[in-house]
Write a protein that binds this ligand. Structure first.
Ligand code: GLN
Length: 453
């Protein structure tokens, strides 16, 4: 209850919560109390969580922070939220995000931007697209939150708000009931205060699901039990291609500090090469919009959410056009146009197929490095600390896309990646470091991250 009250009070200032669910929270908390009294309490029993608005929650508005889904209340519960609830979690409310998870600053939301609780003289972004989740956890409004990560949307906001966020291997967590952005890249994950909480929450979210054919039928380890803090003998790679021209000195220093900490803990640190890194961002910004344009075709004013008002004599084509023009924000429209273009008959080979080939090369870069004995890869999470809200308003959209330069490779390769808070910049703002692991080795990855805490 205390958590819930804080959530309501904090909601106004941070704009992290878009829909509070007090009745559900009360009922779930009472059920958790009963289970605790019986002495049969699962891991998340009574733990207050926030849920990103991208997850369908039964009977509760689930809008992906888009105007086009106004009024949409799913008839069903996403697999992730059902699993969390079965494990005793208490949902306090739905959290703000970039519209359809497209963005890196939570400024594309129909609900307006999220304010980073690390407020300096001016309002800063909490990152995106899981900005509401990051801000809510950082401000202590809830103990954990669900996020989704298509190109960095868990890790970058975690970095900007000083919390921990893990994107597991593609297929670890069912995507069923999560509103789709780019289906071959989307993965859910937990956003928490520290690595231990991430391990606990991750276990409850994972598992095979017959409703998602891309979810893997693999045993789910006890990630918490795997936290030993002993990384002696592990090999950590530092990819030279991630050292970008014009990278702020503070980020360089943070990266060097991470390297030193891992070495001190007994790991062997090696310089490695991931030669196709420079093509990752362009490939991502072809593949993600292509898949998005297809996934978003379903929002036509007929099946879900909002329908535009029609004038006399306007036909169904006008209805589709008006609904989509009014319902989608500028960034979503940009993605749909780019996606439609790169998939069109004349350009398919030049753009979409080319990007798919680049994706394979990027995946092979990682496979090679792991085959050479590297256990995990250390990079900065983002090229900067949180920037000011509105700072990018007049910039070329590509400026915003550059924020994802260190994170998109992981999604393209389907690997697990984690961001952990690693220090503060000169202004006192949090900075994160990213560790990238081998497929299905989240347990090992969490353990390595644990030694950076
Ligand atoms: N910022 C990236 C984008 O806008 C990633 C978003 C995400 O991971 N959902 O596409």
């Amino acid at each position: 209850t205390e958590g819930f009250l804080a959530l309501q009070e904090g909601a106004g200032a941070l704009n992290a919560v878009v829909h509070a669910t007090p009745e559900i929270a009360r009922a779930q908390a009472e059920a958790a109390d009963a289970r605790l009294a019986e002495g049969a309490a699962p891991d998340l029993c009574g733990i207050p969580l926030g849920i990103k608005d991208l997850f369908c929650t039964k009977g509760v508005p689930s809008q992906a922070a888009s105007r086009i889904l106004e009024g949409f209340k799913p008839e069903y519960e996403s697999t992730v939220t059902s699993q969390l609830f079965a494990d005793g979690a208490v949902m306090l409310g739905k959290l703000n995000m970039d519209e359809f998870a497209m963005g890196s600053s939570n400024e594309t939301s129909t609900y307006g931007p999220v304010v980073n609780p690390w407020r300096k003289n001016r309002d800063l972004t909490a990152g995106g697209s899981s900005g509401g989740s990051a801000a809510a956890v950082a401000a202590g409004l809830c103990l954990g939150a669900t996020g989704t990560d298509t190109g960095g949307s868990i890790r970058q906001p975690a970095s900007f708000t000083g919390i921990t966020g893990i994107k597991p291997t593609y297929g670890r967590i069912s995507r069923w009931g999560i509103i789709a952005f780019a289906s071959s890249l989307d993965q859910a994950g937990p956003m928490t205060r520290d690595v231990r909480d991430a391990a606990i929450m991750l276990r409850a979210m994972c598992g095979a699901d017959p409703k998602d054919s891309t979810s893997a039928d693999l045993p789910v380890p006890d990630f918490e039990a795997a936290l030993t803090g002993d990384i002696r003998g592990k090999v950590i790679g530092i990819p030279r291609e991630y050292r970008m021209d014009g990278m702020p000195e503070e980020i360089e220093a943070l990266w060097a500090e991470g390297r030193r900490m891992l070495q001190e803990a007994g790991a062997e640190v090696r310089d490695i090469s991931l030669p196709h890194t420079k093509y990752a961002l362009p490939a991502y910004y072809v593949i993600a919009p292509a898949e998005a344009s297809s996934n978003l075709a379903r929002y036509d004013g007929v099946r879900f959410g909002r329908r535009a008002a029609l004038g006399q004599g306007e036909d169904i084509t006008a209805m589709y056009e008006k609904t989509r023009a009014e319902g989608f924000g500028a960034e979503v429209q940009r993605r749909v146009m780019v996606g439609t273009y790169v998939l069109s008959a004349g350009f398919y080979d030049a753009y979409y197929n080319k990007a798919r080939k680049v994706r394979t090369l990027i995946k092979r870069d990682f496979e090679q490095v792991f085959a050479d004995g590297v256990d995990a890869i250390l990079t900065p999470t983002a090229p900067s600390a949180a920037f000011g809200l509105g700072d990018m308003a007049d910039a070329d959209p590509v400026q915003m896309y550059l924020n994802d330069v260190f994170t998109v490779t992981v999604n393209l390769a389907g690997l697990p990646g984690i961001s952990v808070p690693a220090g503060l910049d000169r202004q006192g703002l949090p900075l994160g470091l990213q560790l990238i692991g081998k497929p299905w080795e989240e347990a090992e990855l969490l353990d390595t991250a644990y030694s950076l805490e």
